[in-house]
Design a protein around this ligand. Structure first.
Ligand code: FAD
Length: 413
């Protein structure tokens, strides 16, 4: 069986694997990426956060992305009935990028891998990791190609960025139940033939149908739009028919968007991802690290997935480069603690979304610009800025501010 030797093996070529590959390659390390599918391939996760622009810029991938002219996302709109809450990233508390993109991931991810290939990065598409054996921090990974041929890769370190493939969590039994409510989603793309002109046609919107159910509308610059519905798994399963019939019924629940998408052909049979929240018992071990969705996924409501994928990839890759160059690395402090800080903030926001507290704040008619700017910084992905009270005191502050808003409302009635 053919064997290759590398410093770092990266499993998966999504945004997490791409950022990791870019950083480590530029550090002069001998790396290889193995990717199960052939690109372009569909994957969900189309609304980005400004914070991930920092990551793409730092590893040198931003210019290639800019050249694609994806739809600019300068904020986000949340709506519930006739109440609207607009966030504008240029009015956020923390300094940083005030825009990002809404992207068809097939094109976005292919741009990343095409750029890496141009640089000279070795990416083996249609190669699936099927087994990994560790001997201390060294590992031997077995890979199967599309024809079923097996080969091995010996590596000094593995980055598992396999997303929902969850290669090492599965092989090493690291999965643990998430403490986020069990939610699922059903989604597709449409050719947005009735798209209104101007900003209304291109703005990303989260249309809140009930406390726990909502619809996303993510327009792309290519005239297509992603639509998806999220809710408790039991509720989504209660709709009759195939996924097309289910999603058509769900779209009827959106008063605002029903007409725009009524009658349009779905570009593919809507896909359903059940119980999408994932967690693990540990984020790293001797000779490996988990990044992106392979490590953790919370919920799509605040579009944090890709940003966590790139944040974790960049942070982990910096530590790997240091370690392989013989320097000491404190993985617990510099990786686990760092990632948990960000995940914990978003986790509070997701949970408080579904308790209704955050919705109370978003749709409060006494919009407070200071509070709004601080929350906006969180929604832009700047969740490590401890000078922001909505980061530092995330556990308490969302609850407290929601309670005050409720009391003020009661006082008025
Ligand atoms: P991926 O992008 O999934 O890439 C992993 C790659 O690994 C894949 O290409 C896969 O083929 C490959 N792979 C898998 N198994 C193997 C194997 N055995 N061997 C080799 N390769 C393998 N995030 C956002 O930021 N914005 C959103 O709007 C958003 N919406 C979402 C909506 C839903 C319903 C869900 C469930 C998630 C959403 N996400 C969103 C999350 C987003 O999909 C992920 O966080 C993001 O894609 C993670 O990137 P990644 O690089 O970790 O994994």
């Amino acid at each position: 069986m053919k064997n290759e030797n590398v410093d770092v093996l990266i499993i998966g070529a999504g945004p997490s694997g791409a950022v990791s590959a870019a950083y480590l390659y530029r550090q002069g390390l001998n790396i290889k990426v193995v990717e199960k599918s052939k690109f372009p391939r569909f994957v969900i996760g189309e609304s980005l956060l400004p914070r991930c622009m920092d990551h793409f810029e730092e590893v040198g991938l931003l210019d290639a992305l800019k050249a694609q002219h994806f739809e600019v996302k300068a904020g986000a709109r949340f709506m519930r009935g006739d109440k609207i809450c607009n966030f504008d990233f240029s009015k956020k508390y923390t300094e940083g990028w005030d825009w990002t993109w809404q992207v068809p991931r097939a094109d976005f991810d292919k741009t990343l891998t095409d750029t890496l290939i141009e640089w000279g990065v070795d990416i083996a598409f249609e190669h699936e990791v099927v087994a990994v054996e560790f001997d201390g921090s060294n590992s031997v990974t077995t890979v199967k190609d599309i024809e079923g041929n097996l080969s091995t890769i010996s590596a000094r370190f593995i980055v598992d960025s396999s997303g929902y493939g969850r290669v090492l969590p599965r092989l090493l039994d690291l999965d643990k139940p998430s403490d986020i409510p069990k939610h699922s989603s059903i989604f597709t793309h449409v050719k947005d033939l009735k798209r209104p002109k101007g900003r209304e046609g291109t703005i990303i919107t989260f249309d809140i149908v009930s406390l726990e159910t909502w619809l996303w509308v993510i327009p792309f610059s290519n005239g297509h739009t992603s639509i998806g519905y999220v809710g408790p798994t039991d509720y989504l399963e209660s709709f009759a028919g195939d996924n097309t019939q289910k999603l058509r019924e769900m779209m009827r629940l959106s008063k605002y968007y029903h007409d725009r998408f009524e009658g349009l052909e779905y570009e593919f049979e809507p896909k359903m991802i059940k119980n999408f929240s994932k967690s693990v018992t540990k984020l790293h071990g001797e000779g490996f690290v988990l990044t992106g969705n392979s490590a953790e996924f919370l919920d799509p409501v605040f579009s944090s997935g890709v940003t966590f994928a790139t944040e974790s990839a960049l942070q982990a890759s910096k530590l790997i480069a240091r370690q392989l160059k013989g320097k000491k690395v404190d993985w617990e402090t510099d990786y686990v603690h760092h990632m948990k800080e960000g995940v914990n903030v978003f986790s509070t926001y997701v949970k408080e979304w579904y308790t209704g507290n955050l919705q109370t704040i978003f749709f409060d008619s006494n919009d407070n610009p200071v509070i709004k700017a601080q929350i906006c910084a969180v929604l832009a992905g700047y969740v490590w800025d401890k000078t922001n009270p909505f980061v530092k005191n995330h556990h308490r502050l969302v609850k407290t501010v929601a309670r005050i808003a409720e009391l003020e409302k009661e006082g008025k009635n």
